[in-house]
Design a protein around this ligand. Structure first.
Ligand code: SF4
Length: 196
């Protein structure tokens, strides 16, 4: 059987979902037997340019963890969607917003004010705040635009399946991979992998 080409990405989340994949311990060897990881920035050396050069649909499966809070996360999510046959919102943050979406209870300006003015350890006499990319002179380092709110992955693009958990357990991860490998896919939009 041909190996799955697997991409893994971390957006607005704590990183626990990436760690959960490593925490599959000996199951990681089973995963390596059935899947080649072709993109996993946190664990391996990849360039986005290499991803851009891939043909659309050339990745079999993408586990995307974390919500969408900034322009970089959205850009990478859209690129991975284009390149992936099956796009999976992996974990609670990607699926439903999770803990990062608690920030939606405040506006972006309120968050900036707290972080860049109000905290006791902040000294910011010149009122320096992050600038949108369009305001940064060419050649200067910039950070991605922080959006007004956090979005779950399916609020931004088309998602095929959802894997639950914060983070998903090793068994849930393995179950999800087995379902994809079996080709017996449930209806699009289903939650997969949960259970024994
Ligand atoms: Fe972290 Fe939980 Fe979000 Fe995964 S679902 S990124 S473990 S907060």
């Amino acid at each position: 059987m041909a190996k799955l080409k697997l991409a893994i990405n971390w957006a607005a989340g704590c990183g626990g979902c990436d760690v959960a994949i490593l925490d599959t311990n000996e199951k990681l060897l089973d995963i390596a037997e059935v899947a080649d990881i072709v993109f996993w920035p946190i664990a391996m050396d990849f360039k986005v340019e290499d991803l851009e050069k891939m043909e659309p649909g050339s990745i079999d499966l993408c586990f995307f963890n974390g919500g969408i809070r900034n322009s970089k996360e959205e850009g990478l999510a859209r690129l991975l969607r284009e390149k992936s046959k099956v796009m999976v919102a992996f974990g609670a943050c990607a699926s439903w917003g999770g803990i990062p979406a608690l920030a939606n209870m405040n506006t972006r300006d309120e968050i900036f004010h707290t972080v860049y003015q109000d905290t006791h350890t902040t000294i910011n006499e010149k009122n320096v705040y992050p600038k949108p990319v369009s305001c940064v002179p060419e050649g200067e380092l910039h950070i991605p635009e922080l959006y007004q709110r956090v979005w779950s992955l399916d609020q931004v693009l088309d998602v095929d399946y959802f894997v639950p958990g914060c983070p998903p357990t090793p068994q849930t991860i393995w179950n999800a991979i087995e379902i994809i490998l079996s080709g017996k896919l449930p209806p699009k939009g289903s939650v997969i992998g949960a259970g024994k």
